[in-house]
Ligand binder design. Structure first.
Ligand code: SAH
Length: 265
């Protein structure tokens, strides 16, 4: 047990396979709701909208995500459209789900948490590494002016790009490729979010982060930690550990990177 975000880590929701996520936090100390008093009004008779409102209430607000822009985005983006039709009924449940290419769409809470941790300024430009289904990209598309997202599995890059276009996210651009080198043509970024775990943070991404910008990234192998790096005025990074997580590994060039050796003197 270790404290994280002010609440105790008390249960584990983890797919047995390599899945994007994750360690869940209990809904403690905040957001308890009295029976018969829904916090979120059911705005319409759309059952998916009602499911999203419930998801935000019970999984996200209850665990301490408070940024109203993030909560609004989570209430709005149709997560069921990013999962396999066979998984539609489970789209708003509190766990990751499988998508094509043996990858996963992250648990809704983690999507919300990572988005909040980016603390995006107005008119932000964001880089995402690991488009996957495109769901996280759509959530970012609700908050940022421009989102650039890179996916290494070609079929996923294609389907996410089509889905995002279909849903009208004209400010989100997806490209197929290895995100290790980032997207220098659009740098610097106010926020960089990585949804696959490298053992070390890729240096090109650090270089593409704006001063004051944040990088939210799971780092590690079997044991991973969700971290937030903030670029200081002198170009150095400050680092904060958020919570233990389980994401799919980052693949591609990072796997062949040699471990930097320490200077002996
Ligand atoms: N954010 C996604 C979840 C992504 S799962 C969603 O909301 O659905 C992680 C994704 O990272 C996988 O699709 C995987 O193929 C991709 N990935 C892994 N290594 C990568 C790399 N080097 N560059 C780009 N994408 C990568």
């Amino acid at each position: 047990m270790r404290p994280a975000l002010g609440v105790a880590l008390s249960w584990l929701t983890c797919l047995s396979c390599l899945s994007c996520l994750c360690l869940g936090l209990a809904a403690q100390g905040c957001g308890t709701r009295r029976e018969g008093q829904p916090r979120v009004k059911a705005a319409s008779n759309d059952p998916d909208e009602a499911r999203r409102a419930r998801m935000v209430d019970t999984q996200i607000l209850a665990r301490g995500v408070r940024d109203p822009r993030v909560l609004d985005a989570m209430r709005k983006v149709p997560r069921h459209k990013f999962v396999d039709p066979a998984e539609r009924d489970r789209a708003y449940e509190d766990h990751p789900l499988p998508i094509a290419g043996s990858q996963t769409i992250s648990q809704p809470y983690i999507v919300a948490l990572m988005t909040e941790l980016l603390a995006l300024p107005d008119k932000a430009r964001v880089l995402e590494i690991g488009t996957g289904s495109g769901y996280q990209s759509a959530v970012l598309g609700e908050l940022a002016a421009e989102v650039y997202s890179i996916e290494i599995v070609p079929a996923l890059a294609r389907s996410a790009s089509e889905k995002l276009r279909e849903l009208g996210y004209t400010n989100v651009t997806v490209r197929e490729g290895d995100g290790y080198r980032g997207w220098p043509e659009h740098a610097p970024f106010d926020g960089i979010i990585v949804t696959a775990a490298p053992e070390r943070i890729p240096q090109p991404l650090v270089e593409q982060l704006a001063v004051g910008g944040r990088m939210v990234i799971p780092v590690g192998g079997f044991f991973q930690e969700l971290k937030v790096f903030t670029k200081q005025a002198d170009g150095r990074l400050s680092e904060k550990d958020v919570l233990p997580v389980r994401f799919v590994p980052m693949t591609g060039e990072i796997e062949h990177e040699t471990t930097p050796t320490r200077k002996s003197d």
